[in-house]
Design a protein around this ligand. Structure first.
Ligand SMILES: [Cu+2]
Length: 153
């Protein structure tokens, strides 16, 4: 059968591959955020924002903060092991640092840690606009998926 109409079959196959590629491309593009229910970035409400950590990811995976506005991030560790949330390259004014698990932020550093089934909080003012990555800095947790994006507007 295929040999009977080589030209037509070939064209049909090209069309099918092209259509499939278009579907896949549409599904994967258009947004740099990972797809899924947590892909919508979260903003602080009344200066408060909770980020849940577990193995191996954060919820939400995107955070939007306002430059110069004080915010308190609560890291809620629902996981079975210790985690933290760290941002490199963003200068912050740390106002209060209440991590659990032995973590503490250096001056100007956004770092909050939490023991398993515990919370940690950090209150700070983001000083520079931009787009940054937040991640868990323990072991290979970042490579396992504990990473998200932080935008300061
Ligand atoms: Cu971790």
């Amino acid at each position: 059968m295929v040999g009977a109409l080589p030209g037509a079959s070939h064209i049909w196959l090209l069309f099918a591959v092209g259509a499939l590629s278009a579907v896949l491309w549409t599904a994967c593009s258009g947004d740099s955020e990972p797809a899924g229910p947590t892909a919508t970035p979260a903003s602080a409400i009344d200066g408060e924002l909770t980020v849940i950590a577990s193995e191996w990811g954060f919820g939400p995976e995107g955070i939007i903060l306002q430059q110069g506005e004080e915010v308190r991030i609560t890291l809620q560790n629902d996981g079975a092991i210790i985690h933290n949330l760290k941002v490199s390259g963003l200068e912050v004014d740390v106002i209060a640092d209440m991590s659990s698990g032995g973590f503490s932020a250096d001056e100007g550093e956004l770092l909050v840690g939490a023991d398993s089934k515990d919370i940690g909080t950090i209150t700070f003012v983001p000083l520079e606009p931009g787009e940054y990555a937040f991640y868990c800095s323990i072991g290979s947790h970042r490579q396992l998926g504990m990473e998200g994006s932080l935008i300061v507007e």
